[in-house]
Each structure stands twice: as structure tokens, then as C-alpha cells.
Design a protein around this ligand. Structure first.
Ligand code: BG6
Length: 484
């Protein structure tokens, strides 16, 4: 069925950049192909291409590559009828007048300004949008991470954007919130009754959130070497996942109801004291090893990385939430590049049975594994009786494989999020106060690292990170999911 949302104009700043080509245009293509996009135009902006035809010719092979078997020439041609390319220098106010002329062709449409540029350009872009009077009541601005380097710089960016757009117009993207299994976790938690009474300290022993990648720093050293894994992944994606796992049931799915609950979690994260900063946080950096069966360079030998860089490519940490529901339950977070597998999953470990009636048979505690990627699934580990004349128990699992059950392709995170921007739904976007709370919690770690002469611990590319990561859990009598 054709969507009935009002028409829109989406302006993509950074139109020749990686994000637009690899994520945004493919996502919009899928939405177009699924007949989900309302009427509207997509305006890609950049400096390097002269006109729309040359731009489309240049980007097509890359978009095609990304879309793989979903690319069809007739659909692409119909889709690109919606696209205009406009040469624009973000620092030249005159160019924004030309953009205005293009947008004025369709008065009344919701205007979406997607800032897929480096954040140091945000201020200038917003200023020029305002000076050219392009921001109308129904306009929206979408901000890509990283939103700052620390609390101060994030406040500066938010203040600048906030001078021209209201909070209700600002869509701060954390693409992890757009992933299907993350929204499914909301469905699982709040669309069923059986989990709720168990979802608390009395029944849960620990929670593990892992997001690992096999890729290294790729071509992003210029950005990554002064960012590191804590800012790139933990401050946003991992803490957001933690919020979805730990938040109280919101009163509704309304944006502020959900964001209020997430904010409470962030504000209840136990601050790390001096000792905790040393013992509950592990930072690592990959050394030469292997990735996907091929030799892989160490981080410091990657092109563009400073020779003695202390930037962390791995973080594992333990935190707790100070609340009646979660007091005393450790939450372990872990992320890294050049790891053994590409994996994103949330593992909820339940407590042991209080008394076993099955003699000395080993009893594996229940475990709920929510797999975000690859192979989106929810798996509940249980004990069951093995068929036969004896009472022998063994671990089994109940599996919900999304591909099998729903027999359809799961939309990419950006498809969902772009559609939400078009329909004006802020629920899956990060509010400013959430961002502040996340930075406040993370900043002491950054400060402690800064002043600690001991740099990141080395780990071999293609492994699960430094030994200290396993030790973080073994000290508590636990182990990471893959070690169990
Ligand atoms: C981005 C980080 O936000 O997320 C990247 O900047 C990382 O460094 C990426 O590779 C991971 O996203 P996904 O969806 O591929 O797991």
C-alpha cells in the first residue's frame, strides 16, 4: 500500500561521501522499491561534481555494489528520477540561495536537512540554512555521529544547532536503534508478559553486550585515530543498547516516553571511582595477526595512524545500574575492531536453579541471546530431558530466526530511520539530555586514560581481545558467551 505521509524534500549534505553512497542512497532505493516513500525529492549536495547526470554516473557502480542482487536497472532509473545533484560549498552563503530556489519549487513540503558531513561544519551549515531562510516550521535536521569529542564539544555543537532548530526538529542518529532486532527487543520485553517478572536482579545474574567487527580501521584513520572505540562505539551504540535492555516499561511508544526511560538508565549508571577506572575498564589495540583468513597489519602500521598511537581499538568494561531492578547485576560491555568475528549480541544470563533435584548432573543456567548481526535471532537456552529411560538432562534452545519466521528481508537500520524522519517520529533518535548523560559517564574514563602512562593492551588481530578482557569476567566467576 502506498504510504500516505506528506511529501518531503530531503537534502543530503556530503552527497559524495561514504555514508550517502553506502548507506543513505541504498536505503532510500529500498524504500522506493518497496513503494514506501511518499512523494518527494532527494537533493544531493557536494562540490566535486558538475551536474546530476555526472553525479549519478559516478556513484552508480558503488551503490550497485552495495545493493548487490537488489539492484535492478529499471528500479534504479525510476528512483533516480527523484534525485537532483546541486553543487554547493557549505561555506558559501550564496550557494544556499540556489538551494532555496530548488526547494521553493515545491512549497509546503517537509524539508529534511541531513548533515552527513564532519561535525565542525554543522555550525556553518545551520547558520547558512537560517540565513537563506530555508528552515520552515516543518523542517527537520538530521545529525550524524560523532556529535563531539567530549561533553564540552558536544554541548557546543548542540548549542549551535539549537540556535537555529528546536529540539523537536533535531534527529540525532544512532543507527543501532534502527536495527530490527533492537526494536524487536522492545517487542519481546513489552509485548509479552512472561519476561517482565524475571527481568530483574532476583533472576538475572549478568548481562553482556558485545559488538565486535572483523574489519580494522579501514580508510578512516584520520577520524578514528583521534576518536577510538570508547567514543566511536561505547558512548553511543553500546550505551543505547544497554538502555533498551535495562529501561523500565515506558507508558507508551511515544518518543519522549521511551527517551525518558532511557535517560533514567543513563543517569543511574554507577560512576566509576578511581579504582574502578583501573580495574573495570580494559582498553586494547590490535597488533599484526589475521583477519578473514588473511594476514592483517597491526593498528599502528595502518595507513594514516600515528606510529606510536595510543588510540584504543578495543574496550571491555563492567558497569552497574543503581536501581531497585538492577542493583548488583553486572553489565559487561565489549567492542573492538579486528576481532575474531563480526558479532553484535546481547546475552542475558539467568541465575542457577536454587536447588537441583537431578543429582550431580551439570545444570546450565538459562540464557537469552539476542543476536543483532549476523543472522538476527533470539535464542533461549534451556535444560531439557534427553529421550530415553533415564532422567538425563542436556542444554537445548528455542530459536527464533527472523529470516525463517518472517520470510522477508529485514530492512537496514537506515531505511527505518529515514522513514521515521520523513514521518516525523523521534522515538528512535537520541535526545540531547541522553547524550549529555552518556558523555558524563564516559568522560572520567577518557580522563583516566589520558593521565595513565600505561597505554592500551595489545591483542593479536583476529582474536577476542586482550587477556585482561577475559579476566574482567573471570574475577567475578563468569566468562564471555563464546568462552562458555
Ligand atoms: C559506526 C562506527 O558508528 O558503526 C564504525 O563509526 C563501525 O566504526 C560501525 O564500524 C558499525 O556499524 P555496523 O552497523 O556495521 O555494526
Amino acid at each position: 500500500m502506498k504510504a500516505t505521509y506528506p511529501p518531503f524534500d530531503m537534502v543530503l549534505f556530503g552527497g559524495t561521501g561514504d555514508l550517502v553512497i553506502r548507506k543513505l542512497l541504498p536505503a532510500l532505493y529500498h524504500l522506493h522499491r518497496g513503494n514506501k516513500l511518499p512523494e518527494g525529492r532527494i537533493v544531493c549536495l557536494g562540490r566535486s561534481q558538475p551536474d546530476t547526470a555526472t553525479y549519478l554516473e559516478k556513484i552508480r557502480p558503488q551503490v550497485e555494489d552495495y545493493l548487490g542482487t537488489f539492484f535492478a536497472l529499471d528500479i534504479w532509473e525510476a528512483f533516480t528520477q527523484r534525485i537532483d545533484f546541486l553543487q554547493l560549498d557549505v561555506e558559501n552563503p550564496g550557494d544556499f540561495q540556489s538551494l532555496g530556489k530548488l526547494l521553493d519549487k515545491h512549497p509546503g513540503r517537509a524539508r529534511i536537512f541531513y548533515l552527513s558531513t564532519s561535525p565542525d561544519l554543522f555550525a556553518g551549515v545551520c547558520q547558512n540554512i537560517a540565513a537563506a531562510k530555508l528552515n520552515l516550521g516543518n523542517s527537520r535536521v538530521v545529525l550524524e555521529k560523532p556529535l563531539g569529542h567530549d561533553l564540552d564539544s558536544s554541548n557546543q555543537i548542540n548549542d549551535t544547532v539549537g540556535a537555529y532548530f528546536t529540539e523537536q526538529q533535531i534527529y540525532r542518529i544512532d543507527h543501532y536503534l534502527g536495527k530490527e532486532p533492537v526494536q524487536n527487543l522492545l517487542a519481546l520485553r513489552f509485548g509479552n508478559t512472561f519476561l517482565e517478572p524475571l527481568w530483574r536482579r532476583e533472576w538475572i545474574s549478568d548481562v553482556q553486550i558485545t559488538v565486535t567487527e572483523q574489519v580494522g580501521v579501514e580508510s578512516r584513520a584520520a577520524f578514528y585515530d583521534h576518536t577510538g572505540a570508547l567514543r566511536d562505539m561505547v558512548q553511543n551504540h553500546l550505551l543505547q543498547l544497554l538502555c533498551i535492555v535495562a529501561m523500565e516499561p515506558p507508558a507508551s511508544i511515544n518518543a519522549d516516553a521511551v527517551r525518558d526511560e532511557k535517560l533514567k538508565v543513563l543517569r543511574s549508571l554507577k560512576p566509576l571511582d578511581q579504582e574502578g577506572l583501573l580495574t573495570k575498564v580494559v582498553r586494547g589495540q590490535y597488533r599484526a595477526g589475521a583477519a578473514e583468513g588473511k594476514p592483517a597489519d597491526g593498528y599502528q602500521d595502518e595507513p594514516g595512524v600515528a606510529p606510536h598511537s595510543r588510540t584504543e581499538t578495543f574496550v571491555a568494561l563492567k558497569t552497574e545500574i543503581s536501581s531497585w531492578r538492577w542493583a548488583g547485576v553486572p553489565f559487561y560491555l565489549r567492542t573492538g575492531k579486528r576481532m575474531s568475528e563480526r558479532l553484535a549480541e546481547i546475552v542475558v544470563n539467568f541465575r542457577k536453579v536454587p536447588h537441583s533435584i537431578f543429582g550431580r548432573q551439570p545444570m546450565t543456567p538459562n540464557r537469552l541471546v539476542i543476536r543483532l548481526q549476523p543472522n538476527e535471532s533470539v535464542r533461549l537456552h534451556l535444560m531439557a530431558k534427553q529421550p530415553g529411560d533415564q532422567m538425563r538432562l542436556r542444554p537445548v534452545f528455542l530459536d527464533l530466526d527472523f529470516k525463517e519466521v518472517f520470510e522477508s528481508r529485514s530492512p537496514e537500520a537506515y531505511e527505518r530511520l529515514l522513514m521515521d524522519v520523513i514521518r516525523g517520529d523521534l522515538s528512535l533518535f537520541v535526545r540531547r539530555d541522553e547524550q549529555i548523560a552518556a558523555w558524563k559517564w564516559v568522560e572520567p574514563i577518557l580522563e583516566a586514560w589520558e593521565s595513565n602512562p600505561e597505554g592500551p593492551k595489545p591483542y593479536t588481530a583476529g582474536t577476542w581481545g586482550p587477556a585482561a578482557s577475559s579476566a574482567l569476567l573471570s574475577r567475578d566467576g563468569l566468562c564471555w558467551h563464546e568462552e562458555a
